[in-house]
Design a protein around this ligand. Structure first.
Ligand code: IPM
Ligand code: MG
Length: 360
């Protein structure tokens, strides 16, 4: 019996549509090879949606996402929309999708491909074999805390404020995700906080330790965020799973990604609700949009994560990862990962190479 899955496609802005196009090729190839029936529902998001509906996350887009089995998103944002009201910026669409779909856990793997070890900004011996999973809390913390805003004081000057808040339940559920993921890896969790200064992350540390009682087979350690930022560039291979708050995770996952050579290589999964969302972690890169220079591999690897986490087909993820690895081993590179003696290809050619590898 063939399986049916509905995927909401949200290409978005900048290089989003180009990289999604390559991912769609891969989906088509998988559909042919695996007796799957995939229904792709494409809807606008971010600036592209704002142009049509004057809103970055129109109700139709949200509904299509909610009704799908999984969401694949390209990227949102660009200089064109930088001056519009905060509440209507393309980036708000991401936050709206995360909170409406209840995607409280963001998995951002930073895994190095052997062929790209020399593209890292760190020495080969520090990153060879690197495989870290950053788990970022995604629907709480300072990104969503109230009160927030900018107010006018009596003396005519302004005061801006946001609130960093976590409930015990929010901490417990993200901790469980981290321990569950660690169980399938090297069974080590580093919980990152700023417990020496912020009460809320003192609570974070306490609650993560309490949840750990149920996961004695996993090793738990704690680290302050400033030290973690430093350790990531000093000795990154000490980490297996890192679990942290929304904003610390935003920052540390960018840092971890760069260790692998290119942010253009890294996929992500946002899970926790009924429908999970998958996206490359690079942004919309408006400077290279439409030029065929974007690296589609992060989006293609995000498709792999979709099969693993949403459809329970871990072997499809493995197949995609091997295809990407094989293409890199052939010396094929998009410009962001280009180096000496390699062959530079366009976004589209890279997609074709992966499909050819999948169909071998
Ligand atoms: C990310 C991005 C987003 C975030 C922005 C675009 C809202 O930086 O997904 O890491 O801060 O979460
Ligand atoms: Mg970020």
């Amino acid at each position: 019996m063939s399986q049916n899955y509905t995927i909401a496609l949200l290409p978005g802005d900048g290089i989003g549509p180009e990289v999604i196009k390559e991912a769609v090729k891969v989906l088509g190839s998988l559909e042919r090879g695996l007796e799957l029936k995939l229904t792709l529902n494409e809807v606008p998001v971010g600036g592209a949606a704002y142009e049509v509906d004057r809103h970055p996350l129109p109700p139709e887009t949200l509904k299509t996402a909610q009704e799908a089995d999984a969401v694949l998103l390209g990227a949102v944002g660009g200089p064109k929309w930088e001056k519009i009201d905060f509440s209507l910026r393309p980036e708000r669409a991401l936050l709206g999708l995360r909170s409406n779909l209840k995607l409280y856990a963001n998995l951002r793997p930073a895994k190095i491909f052997p062929a790209l070890v020399d593209a890292s900004s760190l020495k080969r011996e520090l990153v060879d074999g690197l495989d870290i999973m950053v788990i970022r809390e995604l629907t709480g913390g300072i990104y969503f805390g109230e009160p927030r805003g900018v107010e006018l004081l009596a003396d005519g000057t302004r005061r801006g404020f946001n609130t960093l808040v976590y409930t015990e339940e929010e901490i417990k559920r993200i901790a469980r995700v981290a321990f569950d993921v660690a169980r399938k890896r090297n069974k080590k969790v580093m919980s990152v906080d700023k417990a020496n200064v912020l009460e809320v992350t003192g609570l974070w540390r306490e609650v993560v330790s309490e949840v750990h009682e149920e996961y004695k087979d996993v090793v738990l350690e704690h680290m302050y965020v400033d030290n973690c930022a430093m350790q990531l560039v000093r000795a990154p291979k000490q980490f297996d799973v890192i679990v942290t708050t929304n904003m610390f995770g935003d920052i540390l996952s960018d840092e971890a990604s760069m260790l692998t050579g290119s942010i253009g290589m890294l996929p992500s999964a946002s899970i926790g609700g009924n429908t999970a969302m998958y996206e490359p972690i690079h942004g919309s890169a408006p400077d290279i949009a439409g030029m065929g220079l974007a690296n589609p591999l992060a989006t293609i690897l995000s498709v792999g994560m979709m099969f693993k986490y949403s459809f329970g087909l871990e072997e499809v993820n493995a197949k995609i990862e091997s295809a990407v690895e094989a293409v890199l081993d052939q010396g094929v590179r998009t410009r962001d990962i280009m180096s000496n003696k390699m062959t530079e290809v366009s976004t589209q050619e890279m997609g074709d190479k992966v499909v050819a590898e999948l169909e071998k």
